[in-house]
Design a protein around this ligand. Sequence first.
Ligand SMILES: Cc1cc2nc3c(=O)[nH]c(=O)nc-3n(C[C@H](O)[C@H](O)[C@H](O)COP(=O)(O)OP(=O)(O)OC[C@H]3O[C@@H](n4cnc5c(N)ncnc54)[C@H](O)[C@@H]3O)c2cc1C
Length: 395
Amino acid sequence: MDLRYSASDEQFRKELREWLGDVLPAIPPEPGPHEWAERRAWDTTWQRMLFDAGYAGINWPTEYGGRGATLTEQLIFLEETTRAGAPYIGVNFVGVLHAGPTIMAEATEEQKAAHLPRILRGEEVWCQGFSEPGAGSDLASLSCKGERDGDEYVITGQKIWTSFAQIADWCELLVRTDPDAPKHKGITWLMFPMDTPGIEIREIRTIVGSSEFSEVFFDGARVPVANRVGAENDGWRVAMVTFGFERGTGFISDLVETDRLIAELAALARKVTRRSGTAWDDVALRRDIGHLQAEMDALWAMTKRNLAQAERHGVPGPAGSVVKVYYSELFQRVTDLAMQLLGRAGLSRDDVGELASGTFVEERLRSTSFTIAAGTSQIQRNIIAERILGLPKDR
Ligand SMILES: Cc1cc2nc3c(=O)[nH]c(=O)nc-3n(C[C@H](O)[C@H](O)[C@H](O)COP(=O)(O)OP(=O)(O)OC[C@H]3O[C@@H](n4cnc5c(N)ncnc54)[C@H](O)[C@@H]3O)c2cc1C
């Protein structure tokens, strides 16, 4: 195994760094957390800039208009864009990271032609309608109905935690098309247009005060059978394809974020005053930050090893679950230590004096969701136990 970057990787990094240096200064300020129309415009404009420069769909095959980058180049892309403070994929994440790749793998040529170029150019935003109030970890229990009526499915039921539903054009939607079949066998994967009559979107306010996800109610909404991806009642298999992409290399940008936050924590410690000096003078605190950084370094090494293996075998394996559990819990420990360091300043949502306390409070609250989203830590541990360690199956 070789964890070093090759000469062509370094060339890729150099060109990307130059491009980022040219374009980032001209980008307008990021919209506020509740300005959804502006947020969509900001994120999709960035997507279009990536497209024009040949960086859109960095992991998509070239035959579908993507860059066809190696996994190592994808890693470099995420490292460089995050370190340069470039916009993240934002509201487009479902389209680019998993609906698009699922369409590539499973849809008809007509469906591919209708959606893939528009996703890449930032003209189509997607959301994910999988979870329901009674079906999260146990997703196969979902009950939102899709009843066949001629050339259409009639959708009735509810989805929840649908990120960016309020600004999405399309939804990757799982519905129950055969209520009598065993639960994994009666599900269908649909491309649902979000402007269809018969749906209601109710925003949910999160712990940080934003409303990035919603409940979506369907009351007899009609969608053409032609919008089905895969066969009727074969949607569980298609959903596993979606999850393969969602849980594959999607966490790398979160690792870069965690790394950056540890550096900011060390900088914060140098600013927090203690008696005659700063908190950084405290050996015990420096040791704690050092441990977090060492864990981070180990996580990077493991990620690069996973990438090297995935590059050889072609697909990301279940080792992504190890990275997901580790980074999400590490991120929470970093923000916990920041709260200890800030003391009373950690009670304020705004920055206090010179301290960037508001950012750390926001990150602490936000990170609560990291161990839940995209499969909870318990579910990831089940996957690790069963598929990596070969332990008996969860009952
Ligand atoms: C920020 C965020 C964004 C999200 N975006 C979307 C989205 O866009 N679209 C979408 O469809 N969903 C989305 N979700 C939903 C997410 O997929 C679910 O929250 C997640 O799958 C957990 O399901 P649940 O909330 O129903 O919890 P439950 O499944 O009810 O779990 C409750 C608790 O029980 C534990 N548990 C459950 N089963 C087991 C088991 N077998 N073994 C051990 N412990 C178990 C869980 O770990 C958890 O601690 C999002 C969630 C978050 C936090």
